[in-house]
Design a protein around this ligand. Sequence first.
Ligand SMILES: Cc1cc2nc3c(=O)[nH]c(=O)nc-3n(C[C@H](O)[C@H](O)[C@H](O)COP(=O)(O)O)c2cc1C
Ligand code: SF4
Ligand code: SF4
Length: 289
Amino acid sequence: MSNAIIYVFSGSGNTKRVAKEFARHFEADGVETTLVDIKKGQNYPSPLRYDVVIVAHPVHGFNAPTTVFDFVKQLPQGDGRLVYIVETSGEPLKLNDGAHLAVRNRLRRKGYGFGGYLRYVMPYNIIFRHSDGMAVRLWQAAQKQISLDYPMILAGEEWKTFTSPWTKLVNAVVRIEHPAMPVIGRGFKSTDQCIGCGKCERICPQQNIVIKDGRPVFGKNCVGCMGCAFSCPKDAIRTGILNSWRVNGAYPTEGTPCTDEEICSYWKGVYRRYFHAIEDQDVPPVMDK
Ligand SMILES: Cc1cc2nc3c(=O)[nH]c(=O)nc-3n(C[C@H](O)[C@H](O)[C@H](O)COP(=O)(O)O)c2cc1C
Ligand code: SF4
Ligand code: SF4
């Protein structure tokens, strides 16, 4: 394998961080790696020029954001080469297991093979804010697991994945989020705290924000990535009916990880199992190469 491309959709930076971690390992193994943002209006380099192809995205409502579907539509006809899907989610729930299916099916219809998918739990960018210690522990776990997973991709391995019929059903029902988000997004507003810096406009992967008279105006192409509200330096964005779920401000990647007792979640036991499944593996600690 001599080169790799990672197409990445990321609202609040988690998936981008994971993609960069893969890129760091690939480069250290001599594989030149290109990262390309998945966003509206983007011209994408052809995956046919790369030995290793990854599509990375967060889980949104047990599915993939629609921007990723639009991205697949733009790809040239495939030649059977394998594509891997890398996801991040806020929870280690089995219900996320079907999130790759719609993207996988679209890729297959386009003539691409499917190598498999990998998912890493990262701090929540919606509903509630994880504690700093939780964010640090999640990132350490993701880093360790990525260091174990990336060689499978470089080796061109294919692995089987299973999604239960129940999960598929829930995924299909929650996909209501796709048509709902452009409507909900119309209700986004800025407060008087806004300083007109334009960060939200620059960050929006849907070109859905335009700064007019020093304040953001929200259009009808929102996919609910929460990038604008998360990244606003003044926490000046109100996200309509989702406002009580708003999370603002970058998470730390370094510091003291939380203990099992300090896990902050509705699903303490599920996170504990997720952490220990990774942390208790008998492998050397992750090191910068
Ligand atoms: C609209 C929306 C829906 C989400 N739905 C889920 C979900 O179904 N399951 C889950 O585990 N996390 C969910 N999350 C959390 C994100 O997947 C998680 O925080 C992810 O790491 C964000 O990645 P990003 O920073 O690259 O955008 C959701 C986040 C958003 C904004
Ligand atoms: S990022 Fe925040 S402060 Fe900057 S323009 Fe947008 S709403 Fe205003
Ligand atoms: S308006 Fe905000 S939440 Fe909607 S797509 Fe743009 S950055 Fe994401």
